[in-house]
Design a protein around this ligand. Structure first.
Ligand code: AMP
Length: 216
């Protein structure tokens, strides 16, 4: 199964992607996670990506397309994968389409996560993540332990540097300008399924699984 998750930051793509990956035993490929790991490891890619991420801007298309091209070649992708955060521009989507064609891969569905902006801003300002394994927490809906140590790996739980109010606003603007045209791109290819992403993690997961099971 090959899925693409599209939606503004804070709509729950990452959380749902990880749950679906577990259920269907395929990897979830989050370009945001790949870039954050590169920043932590201080690689050349990390150094390049940091200035864009900190401002809430997109990392250049050619860099991102190169990352995905390499990642999809890995052995764990042979039974399918879930893309979370890629593509983010029409140029990336076109490059991905060419890559699928070349590798004889068939995209099953694109899930479009819909959520009102006020809910997104509230969610992102209360979002916390483990700095080591990336596990998501939320001060309101899924509070971290009092010592702020990850219950999965013991890493420190922090606020992402791009979840500050100013950067969030910029990320939403960038989403509206550069990423939302993907909705039409995939709609025109008959691949898009929109879902209302306002609900509990379990409710949304159930909705997704029901859709995927009925549309194999
Ligand atoms: P995310 O974790 O998906 O919210 O991504 C965090 C940040 O990483 C974004 O705000 C961008 O700066 C960068 N990023 C992640 N994926 C992409 C992509 N496909 N294209 C360009 N920049 C990206």
């Amino acid at each position: 199964m090959i899925l693409i998750l599209v939606g503004a930051p804070g709509t729950g793509k990452g959380t749902q992607g990880k749950l679906l990956a577990k259920k269907y035993n395929i990897p979830t490929i989050s370009t945001g996670d790949i870039l954050r790991a590169a920043i932590q490891e201080q690689t050349e890619l990390g150094k390049k990506a940091k200035s864009f991420i900190d401002k809430g801007e997109l990392v250049p298309d050619d860099v991102m397309i190169g990352i995905i091209r390499e990642r999809l070649d890995a052995d764990d992708c042979t039974n399918g994968f879930i893309l979370d955060g890629f593509p983010r521009t029409v140029k990336q989507a076109e490059a991905l389409e060419k890559l699928f064609e070349k590798n004889h891969l068939i995209l099953d569905h694109v899930i479009g996560f819909d959520l009102p902006e006020e809910v997104i801003v509230k969610r992102l300002s209360s979002r916390r993540v483990c700095s080591k394994c990336g596990k998501d927490y939320n001060l309101i809906t899924n509070p971290p332990p009092p010592d702020m140590r990850c219950e999965k790996c013991g890493g420190e739980i922090i606020q992402r540097s791009d979840d500050t109010e100013e950067t969030v606003r910029n990320r939403l603007r960038v989403y509206a300008e550069q990423t939302s045209p993907l909705i039409e791109f995939y709609q025109s290819r008959g691949k898009l399924r929109k879902i209302d992403a306002d609900g509990t993690i379990e409710d949304i997961q159930n909705k997704l699984v029901e859709f995927l099971e009925n549309n194999k």
